[in-house]
Design a binder for this molecule. Structure first.
Ligand code: ATR
Length: 290
């Protein structure tokens, strides 16, 4: 921890709940390592208090704020500006102090991209299976389309939701890059290649750790990599099944690290090296196991 004095700057997290957050581990360690007089604290914001919280944060001269569930979309009306990516995704997880208020960014998706790079997982020219069609999956589909994926197959229990995402991205890209299938129809995908699959449903998350959105070994045999966005547990059933079929398996904990790293870079104007980020990651792992 840094020594707090009259010059200390404050950043924090607003959400509900915030009690299990790892973000203080990320930012307080980064502050020490980069010699910033900065502290990061969680702020539990009750329902109906979001506008007060954002105004209060500005009034109290906070340097930056992270926003988590359930406020990532609700916070948008209270911003003075919004980054184009966050606007398109419709979700803001980072507020950066400007002269007259906060500007909203989304660092979750750039964080996923940076985590995937670090994990050695390519998006460019890949044929990718995306499992899920909720808010997170929609943002991931945009990220993949923007970063050179050749093809994105969205598989979801409710195909209407997947189709809405496909229509949105295909019209934005003026292409047919996204195709939709029912969750159970993976055997209809071209079988002449192996796929990167990104798991963006909530299935398998603690405490239901014995569940995977698809259980059939035949599906996992189609993969070279299974990337789960869930990080609790650190080894999901989806990852286990992918690995049992000879594919690589990754979880979403590095995405959590890098969304924080990118937010920290926006707040402080400093670049965080991958080496430093990985040192912080070790502390996050230790904190999770504590
Ligand atoms: P988020 O904002 O985190 O993406 P969400 O919008 O609730 O959360 O989306 C959850 C995703 O998990 C959806 O794709 C959902 O499938 P449906 O669109 O069919 O609801 C998927 N999901 C949740 N529980 C599931 C289950 N038991 N089987 C299959 N998919 C499931």
């Amino acid at each position: 921890m840094i020594e707090i004095n009259g010059y200390s700057r404050t950043c924090g997290l607003i959400g509900n709940p915030v009690e299990h957050t790892m973000s203080p581990v990320i930012h307080n360690n980064l502050a020490v390592a980069t010699n910033e007089n900065l502290v990061y604290v969680p702020f539990h914001v009750e329902t109906g208090r979001l506008e007060d919280a954002v105004k209060g944060a500005f009034g109290l001269n906070l340097l930056g704020v992270n926003v988590t569930v359930p406020y990532k979309s609700d916070v948008i009306p209270f911003l003075t500006d919004i980054d184009p990516l966050a606007k398109r995704i419709g979700a803001v997880n980072t507020l950066v102090r400007m002269e007259n208020g906060f500007k909203g960014y989304n660092t979750d998706m750039p964080g996923l991209l940076r985590a995937m790079k670090k994990d050695g997982v390519e998006v460019k020219d890949e044929h990718i299976i995306l499992l899920g069609a909720g808010g997170v999956a929609r943002a991931v589909a945009m990220l993949l389309a923007d970063n050179g994926a050749s093809k994105i197959y969205i598989l979801n229990r409710t195909t209407d939701k997947a189709q809405a995402i496909a229509d949105e991205i295909n019209s934005y890209k003026c292409s047919d890059i996204v195709e939709v299938k029912k969750l159970s129809d993976y055997s209809l995908l071209p079988q002449d290649r192996k796929y990167l699959a990104i798991q963006a449903t909530s299935v398998g998350m603690y405490p239901k750790v014995d569940e995977a959105v698809i259980e059939d070994v035949a599906f996992y045999n189609m993969l070279h990599t299974g990337y789960d966005l869930i990080f609790n547990p650190l080894e999901t059933k989806f990852m286990k099944l992918a690995k049992q079929s000879g594919a690589k398996g990754f979880h979403g904990y590095r995405m959590l690290l890098y969304q924080g790293v990118i937010a920290y870079e926006l707040w402080t104007g400093k670049d965080v090296t991958d080496e430093l980020a990985e040192q912080v990651y070790e502390k996050m792992l230790a904190a999770m196991n504590a």
